[in-house]
Write a protein that binds this ligand. Structure first.
Ligand code: ADP
Length: 624
């Protein structure tokens, strides 16, 4: 007996003991695996006529032995495939599973992983898989009764494909597994979940008829079986648009892309133009656990006239829209084209262009008329759009800038850049933003306080990439981006500016002494009117902002060399200035201690660590 990998065991355990109410989904999972397997063989059959053509999925029940069998004549599995596919659950998935999901409920977990084949353990206490790969002379049987492990042995099997025999659990108080042996139940589940599957899902149905030769007034009946196809087999994207409901789209999505949650939106379109194709596009409601990692593979399913030629065609979707799932079916493609050539194919490129336009248009529509859902989407995938703006030196920034949203200090919700600019007061000529790790931390920045008082809107840049995005965009509708931590940022009127100039003149020597005391730590010391209750703040000069310094220095190979050129700004209206003046008048040497304390305080306010703890502590206690 072979052991399942540790993490697979945990998922199995979860399945076996699951109280998940939607147990019936196991059937659509197995049918959709069977359909995928046939898709694969059908593709091969285009060039290899040996492998057959009469494709189908067959369901059968045996009430006596309590078995439900799902059989396909698809691609099948070799011994190595069995080992790899059914002995373990994808490595990356299990890793995330271990780390992040200690406190999730069963349904959430099952939902998150869409644990395909394993879901059969919700209803079966024994599973036998008989399979023959089109590549293989021998057939194999995989058997498992759950967590203890599985066996693989050679067996007899006619024809390519896979036959899965589920021995259903005994009925319990809370669950009636026996219903999966009832024809009406099976047939209604197929209708509900798998109707559009493109291959016939057949089942022998028991019928009854009048026995021949028995009199009409005293008829006798006999039973017989008749094979029936349970599904309509029309792919959803080949149905007339008017017949496709939102519900159809949702269940198709969940089925096809193994997601247990509804998509935020499904789109069905028939595109005609430079290229002609049918497409179903979906915006998932949740980022897959590996979305922002290298493991994630984007792409849409590509069909040529109903024959799947590629499971994930990445060429059709740009990275920044990598979250979009869907199907493209076009008759314009060359069926016999190899996968390598497909990548440079003109038609594929044309579809990609058109698809991107379609996705953009749908996003725009959602943003304008369904803001709630757009925000949901943005919270999950906004980072992807931001990386898109930043990537390739901003090559795609103009396509993407209008999809960005940032939190507005004034409106206290996410707004677009265009909305920000529209609401800008007269005289404001830049888009103001403030950086920080969280909304709370940004709200606590000294500069924000004053801006709020003056009714000026400030965008919160909470993600590490936000400021880089602003630098790449340079401006939006001619308005430059200006950080509230940048030296140029001022909300003053002319009068206030004049007043400040006078104060600067008066305190020239004092300020110089503070700068001298701090040496290279700061590039400049100056007076400011931007603060309300705080005595000091730090701003940056030049290209590297304080927030960027933090981002750089939190990277794995940081050497601490990237530093913002800092300016220590002292509030011209705070009573600290009077105190400094007095100290400076009485004893010039004392000022360096005050300088140290002010500088370190300003660092703390910006979310930086104290630079020289002993010096700070000493200076502080001496002053006290
Ligand atoms: P998923 O379908 O999401 O990849 P599953 O656990 O359902 O995950 O299946 C794991 C793998 O086992 C599939 O990717 C496929 O390679 C293989 N497999 C499952 N069912 C079949 C089948 N009926 N025929 C051939 N291969 C299959």
């Amino acid at each position: 007996m072979k052991q399942f990998k540790t993490e697979s065991k945990r998922i199995l355990d979860l399945m076996i003991n699951s109280i998940y109410t939607n147990k019936e989904i196991f059937l659509r999972e197995l049918i959709s695996n069977a359909s995928d397997a046939i898709d694969k063989l059908k593709f091969i059959s285009l060039t290899d006529t040996e492998v057959g053509s009469n494709f189908y999925i067959k369901l059968s029940v045996d009430k006596e032995n309590r078995t439900l069998t799902i059989e396909d004549n698809g691609i099948g599995m070799t011994e190595a495939d069995l080992e790899k596919n059914l002995g373990t659950i994808a490595e990356s998935g299990t890793l995330a599973f271990k780390k992040e999901n200690q406190d999730k409920t069963d349904s959430e977990l099952i939902g998150q992983f869409g644990v395909g084949f394993y879901s059969a353990f919700m209803v079966a206490d024994k599973i036998d898989v008989y399979t023959k790969s089109y590549k293989d002379k021998t057939s194999h049987k995989w058997s498992s009764k759950g967590v203890e492990g599985y066996t693989i042995e050679e067996c007899e099997k006619d024809g390519f494909g896979t036959k899965i025999v589920l021995t259903l659990k005994q009925d319990g108080e809370d669950a009636d597994y026996g219903e999966f042996l009832e024809e009406y139940k099976i047939s209604s589940l197929v209708k509900q979940y798998s109707d559009y599957i493109r291959y016939p899902i057949k089942m022998d149905m028991v019928r009854s008829r009048k026995k021949e030769g028995t009199p009409d007034d005293k008829p006798e009946y006999e039973t017989y079986t008749e094979e029936e196809t349970l599904n309509s087999m029309v792919p959803l994207w080949k149905k007339p648009k008017a017949e496709v409901t939102d519900e159809n789209l949702k269940s198709f999505y969940k089925n096809e892309f193994h997601d247990f949650s509804d998509p935020i939106k499904g789109v069905y379109a028939k595109i005609e133009g430079a290229v002609t194709y049918d497409t179903l596009l979906f915006f998932p409601s949740r980022a897959p656990y590996d979305y922002y990692s290298k493991d994630y593979k984007k792409g849409v399913k590509l069909y040529c006239n109903g024959v799947m030629i590629m499971e994930k065609c990445e060429q059709l979707i740009p990275d920044y829209f990598g979250f979009v799932k869907g199907i493209v079916d076009s008759a314009d493609l060359n069926l016999n084209i190899s996968r390598e050539i497909l990548q440079q194919d003109r038609q594929v490129k044309a579809i990609a262009l058109s698809l991107e336009k379609k996705i953009s248009a749908e996003l725009k529509k959602m943003m304008d008329s369904d803001r709630e859902n757009y925000e949901k989407l943005f919270k999950e995938f906004g980072l992807s759009l931001k990386f898109g703006v930043y990537a390739g030196f901003g090559a795609n920034k103009d396509k993407l800038k209008d999809f960005l949203m940032f939190y507005s200090s004034k409106q206290e919700k996410l707004i677009s850049l265009s909305e920000y600019v529209k609401d800008m007061g007269e005289g404001q000529d830049a888009i103001y933003y403030a950086c920080g790790e969280s909304y709370e931390k940004i709200s606590a920045l000294p500069q924000i306080e004053k801006a709020k008082d003056k009714g000026v809107d400030i965008l919160y840049f909470k993600d590490g990439v936000d400021e880089f995005v602003a630098k790449i965009l340079i401006d939006y509708e001619g308005k430059k981006f200006l950080s509230v931590s940048e030296a140029d940022f001022s909300l003053d009127t002319d009068e206030e500016k004049k007043e400040l100039e006078n104060k600067i003149e008066e305190n020239k020597e004092l300020i110089e002494a503070i700068k001298n005391a701090l040496g290279d730590k700061v590039k400049e010391v100056k007076l400011t009117t931007k603060l309300k209750t705080y005595p000091v703040c730090l701003t940056a000069f030049g290209d590297v902002s304080i927030e960027m310094e933090k981002v750089f220095n939190s990277m794995p190979n940081a050497d601490g060399k990237v530093k913002a050129e800092k300016i220590l700004e002292i509030s011209s209206t705070h009573k600290i200035l009077d105190k400094l003046k007095t100290v400076f008048a009485e004893n010039k040497d004392q000022i360096s201690k005050y300088a140290t304390v002010l500088y370190e305080q300003a660092r703390l306010l910006e979310g930086l660590a104290i630079e020289d703890v002993p010096a700070f502590v000493n200076a502080m206690s001496e002053i006290m």
